[in-house]
Design a protein around this ligand. Structure first.
Ligand code: ADP
Ligand code: MG
Length: 644
């Protein structure tokens, strides 16, 4: 029978990514080895896991290892594992199609970094980009793999030079697992030689030391010659060589699962290296937490808070950073059941000895043990954050505050705790973070509410006309500039017994409005409303303006302007809602318009003025005009008139 052999094109995104990888000037090309080793280690995890239920699957091939074989003469590098291997269809699906964890995040970040090609090396470092990173160092890659349980003649061979297509065909392989051969690119002057055993040794030590399986390599060693082979002079002194060069297989990694050790026995550098390995992060972590729980719930946990937020913290494909083990046997990564979403940036290992290795994600969700662990870990993390010194905490908050705050509306039971960890810039904080406790402590004597305003830019919030009266009263206002804040304020209606109140909605009740004066303006306000009917629902004397002429506000239950903007940006159509145009009755412009209105109600300029007032209110809160050209022309005409 003719063996099946097919040529396939890479998916467009894969090829785009390959081109970026191949052409990037990324200097840390050695990460390719970390990626291939981690795939090999994953594959062994998988076959061990499978063997739990199908013990026969291993046969006599039970000594797991990852073997490296550099060849300086052929300029090749080979990596083999006796892991789970892949079937023909799995190869097709896993290599050549996108949507693998690392690579998906990479593509997403690339989308965000559009045009900034200088960021690409950084992204490669951060995401690893998995299997494909081997094309940074290889012109051609050959992968031969035999799936666990398959016959020797049911192996698969995949070959590609990274330029658009790959071939896949049936092949033979005597043992289970995968062998990948790289035909190395010509080395540039100052690049590392990936066929040099010392180079490989140091890369493995640096990036893959904790991998749970031996990573082996044949290395050249000096061995003493047997006595009878040593040539000696007549006094018995050796002449010439006493040793010979031999090749010996050596294990390059320590395999130390440091989370199982006592924290007093683990050095800082070991913790840091482990983090870098686990988190695929080149930066040292900001904090670590090594916990051992004994008693009814027994487990070890080693958690880290990274020092920098990853690019994909807010993408739908984002992954959690917790790896779950049981007695050093890997169960799963991306373990969402152990950490709430708002701690998704925490990386680490949890090793729970009582967990069944066959546990599925569905079961994990209801497992009491897992729920207990989650509760413990969350508590410990809160303790850690509360104990951080202010400077460090601010750094933490700059990176992860927006994520942590999600907990205020997703975790009602811990709402107040998380609110106490939230920080905001305020009208008085001068760019420093302020906690709600500090805010409450600094409230004015007669102040009853916690004021806030939401929007996307700190500078425009700080100068928002809505805050003029509040500033005059010397009341502090929280400036909320994260999209999540819109959801936060919907759940956090009060803090420490003080209601939260939007500065742009409802009546601020800061001053009583002069009723007779209000009467006098009724007719004019009615006229303006009539002219702007399709844009606003009411014209009102303002309770919040001092210097500015006009602003837009909403009723207490209306959607804020920022929320409307957010919904529009995400492609949703916010419900039709008109806002209130507030006018400052103490402003000379309003008085003058009133005078004009009373002397000549039909004056066509009145309509222009109404429109300009509305447009000014929109601009004042950083909004966009529907017809900026018209506004500009009207203001131009006005200036010309004013200047005579
Ligand atoms: P990731 O490891 O993040 O899933 P990779 O690009 O590194 O992404 O690998 C893609 C997929 O190819 C893996 O998920 C796995 O299914 C498969 N694969 C890669 N290397 C091996 C291997 N040595 N043995 C078995 N499967 C592998
Ligand atoms: Mg991988």
């Amino acid at each position: 029978m003719e063996a099946r052999k097919e040529t396939h094109q890479f998916k467009t995104e894969v090829q785009q990514m390959l081109n970026l990888i191949i052409n990037s000037l990324y200097s840390n090309k050695e990460i390719f080895l970390r990626e291939l080793i981690s795939n090999a280690s994953d594959a062994i995890d998988k076959v061990r896991f499978k063997a739990e239920t199908e013990p026969d699957i291993l046969g006599d091939d039970t000594e797991f290892k990852i073997h490296l074989k550099p060849d300086a003469i052929k300029q090749t590098f080979e990596i083999s594992d006796n892991g789970v291997g892949m079937t023909y269809d799995e190869v097709l699906e896993n290599i050549g199609t996108i949507a693998k964890s690392g690579t998906a995040g990479f593509m997403e970040a690339l989308e965000h970094a559009k045009g900034h090609t200088t960021l690409i090396p950084e992204l490669i470092g951060q995401f690893g980009v998995g299997f494909y990173s081997a094309f940074m160092v290889a012109d051609k890659i050959t992968l031969v793999t035999r799936a666990a349980g398959a016959e020797a003649n049911q192996a698969v061979k995949w070959v590609s030079t990274g330029d658009g297509s790959f071939t896949i065909e049936e092949a033979e392989k005597p043992t289970r697992g995968t062998t990948i051969t790289l035909e190395l690119k010509k080395k540039e002057k100052d690049e590392k030689d990936f066929t040099d055993q010392w180079v490989i040794r140091s890369i493995v030590k640096q990036h893959s030391d904790f991998v749970g399986y031996p990573i082996t390599m044949e290395v050249e060693r000096d061995e003493p010659l047997p006595d009878e082979e040593v040539i000696k002079d007549k006094d018995g002194k050796p002449i010439g060589a006493t040793t010979r060069k031999v090749m010996k297989e050596e294990t390059l990694n320590s395999m130390k699962a440091i989370w199982t050790r006592n924290s007093s026995d683990v050095k800082d550098e070991e913790y840091e290296e482990f983090y870098k390995h686990l988190g695929h992060d080149w930066n040292p972590p900001m904090e670590r937490l090594h916990l051992k729980f004994e008693g009814t719930t027994e487990y070890d946990a080693l958690l880290y808070i990274p020092s920098k937020a990853p690019f994909d913290l807010f993408t739908p494909e984002r992954r959690h950073g917790i790896h779950l083990y049981s007695k050093r046997v890997f169960i799963m990564d991306d373990c969402k059941e152990l950490m709430p979403e708002y701690f998704r940036f925490v990386k680490g290992v949890v090793d729970a000895s009582d967990l069944n290795l066959n546990v599925s994600r569905e079961i994990l969700q209801q497992d009491r043990l897992v729920l207990n662990i989650q509760k413990n870990l969350v508590k410990k993390l809160f303790d850690l954050l509360e104990k951080m010194d202010a400077e460090k905490y601010n750094q933490f908050y700059d990176e992860f505050g927006a994520v942590l705050k999600e907990g205020i509306y997703t975790d009602p039971a811990r709402k107040d705790k998380i609110a106490s960890l939230a920080r905001y810039k305020t009208t008085k904080s001068e760019d420093k973070w302020v906690s709600l406790d500090e805010y409450v402590k600094n409230m004015a004597e007669d102040q009853k509410e916690i004021y806030f305003i939401t929007g996307d830019k700190l500078s425009s919030l700080l100068n928002s006309p809505h805050l003029e009266k509040l500033k005059e009263k010397d009341y502090e206002v929280l400036l909320m500039t994260d999209p999540v804040d819109e959801w936060v304020v919907q759940s956090l209606t009060e803090y420490d017994g003080k209601p939260l109140k939007s500065a742009e909605k409802g009546d601020l009740e800061l001053d009583t409005v002069d009723d007779t004066k209000k009467e006098e303006y009724n007719a004019l306000f009615g006229f303006i409303k009539g002219h702007l009917e399709d844009k606003i629902k009411e014209v009102k004397p303002s309770t919040r303006l001092k210097e500015s002429v006009a602003c837009l506000s909403g009723d207490a239950w209306d959607m804020s302007a920022y929320m409307e903007k957010l919904l529009k940006a995400s492609g949703q159509k916010p419900p039709e809602s008109k806002r209130v145009l507030e006018l400052n009755m103490d402003h000379p412009v309003i008085e003058k318009i009133k005078a004009l209105f009373e002397s000549d109600r039909d004056n066509p300029q009145l309509k222009d003025y109404s429109q300009i007032l509305f447009d000014m209110a929109v601009i004042g809160e950083g909004g966009k005009l529907d017809n900026p050209g018209q506004f500009s022309k009207m203001v131009g005409d006005l200036m010309a008139q004013a200047m005579g």
